[in-house]
Design a protein around this ligand. Structure first.
Ligand code: ZN
Length: 393
């Protein structure tokens, strides 16, 4: 399968101007400049003219509760599964699935099945083994064995710290878990990342520092998320990133969370960049299909809303349009840095040999015109004016 994507204004994420991308099967085989001869006479070559539209790497979302996350208000409040229809138009082409608060009625086996459904639909879908609570639930009997033997499991998560819904892990428990994931990752050629759900208890990220202090584990073995959930946690997160850690912010939100002091994801990114935090330490995730519950001061459940996959692309737009972050600096926050943290070498950049995952923006405004995943167009904006693609010249 050979496709020539003509006239892309390429953000790789670095700006490369007008380019033509030759896609062979699932990968980018060549990136041609305006002066290079085009292989238009090749038999079987399909040509798509992107008309100078901006093209970005497909977004990489390091936290998607694709089986539904929780349901803290009883069975009537279980959050729904992510549908393929919602996924293909979101701009996210690489999703990493996790169980959430509920690892009792939702299991690693159902997570893996769901990941494979999305892969069958054309996306790249990976997952974390384990659960909020320790001891972690697994498919094959241990975290290490899951990471080594199951291709999709790239690490362990979301492990909850500083949260009333977690198992209140000790430093020793976390150290042991992280060592197991790290070693298994080395054996399998994966990151073995430990993805951390950070709650809003005053302890914040301290326990992760304690693990790094008392073991030879690097802080970057952990990827803590929800760092924008409170002002205090955000300040702690900036410190954590300066100490060599990575931090992830959540793009899904609710009016209740914002009213309770959550820092909007795009604002958090702008403030972190302004504070001169190393940008490669920063990423965003959607927390799609998670439950975003709110509780009163006595811990009574008041209500919840599900997270949305589309919020990642929306937050990227806010970074650019509301906070003035240049597109080439903003895109890595929703793609490249997560790919690097998760050890996904073929993702997060548009270059020869990389997976042909890309988002084509509309000519004006902030919207998605097309999504390509593994060399195939999986989404096209409806009601587009006819006649500007699928034809050669
Ligand atoms: Zn979480």
């Amino acid at each position: 399968m050979l496709t020539l994507l003509k006239n892309a204004t390429l953000f790789a994420p670095e700006p490369m101007g007008l380019r033509h991308l030759l896609v062979a099967d699932t990968r980018i085989a060549a990136i041609l400049g305006p002066e290079d001869p085009l292989p238009t006479a090749w038999p079987g070559l399909a040509t798509v003219d992107l008309g100078g539209r901006r093209v970005l790497p497909g977004l990489v979302d390091p936290l998607v509760h694709m089986t539904g996350g929780g349901g803290e208000g009883g069975f009537g409040t279980r959050t729904p599964e992510l549908t393929l229809a919602d996924a293909v138009g979101s701009g996210v082409t690489t999703l990493v699935g996790a169980l959430g608060t509920d690892a009792l009625t939702r299991t690693p086996a159902s997570l893996l099945g769901k990941a494979r459904e999305l892969v069958a639909g054309g996306l790249t879908c990976l997952a974390y083994t384990g659960s909020y609570q320790l001891p972690a639930v697994t498919l094959t009997g241990s975290i290490g064995s899951d990471i080594v033997h199951i291709a999709e499991f790239i690490g362990v998560g979301e492990i909850a710290i500083s949260d009333h819904r977690g198992s209140q892990p000790t430093v020793q428990e976390l150290a042991r878990l992280a060592s197991e994931a790290r070693t298994a990752g080395m054996i399998a050629g994966k990151s073995g990342i430990v993805f951390i759900h950070t709650g809003d208890a005053p302890g914040g990220l301290e326990i992760l520092r304690e693990v790094a202090r008392t073991t030879a584990l690097p802080l970057a073995q952990f990827l803590p998320t929800h760092i924008n959930r409170t002002a205090q946690l955000f300040e702690d997160g900036l410190r954590f990133a300066r100490e060599g850690g990575r931090i992830d912010v959540t793009t899904s939100t609710t009016p209740e969370l914002l009213a309770a002091g959550e820092v909007p994801a795009s604002e958090a990114m702008a403030r972190a960049l302004h504070a001169r935090v190393d940008p490669t330490r920063l990423s965003m995730s959607s927390d799609a299909n998670a439950s975003l519950p709110h509780f009163d001061k006595d811990g009574r459940f008041l209500g919840l809303a599900p997270g949305r996959l589309a919020s990642l692309f929306e937050a990227l737009g806010e970074c650019v349009n509301d906070h003035g972050i240049a597109l080439e600096r903003a895109v890595p926050l929703a793609s490249t840095h997560a790919a690097d943290a998760l050890g996904l070498a073929a993702k997060g950049r548009l270059a020869v040999g990389q997976d042909a995952d890309l988002v084509v923006l509309t000519e004006t405004g902030w919207a998605i015109d097309q999504v390509w995943s593994l060399g195939r167009q999986i989404h096209r904006r409806p009601h587009e004016t006819a006649g500007d693609s699928h034809h050669g010249h």
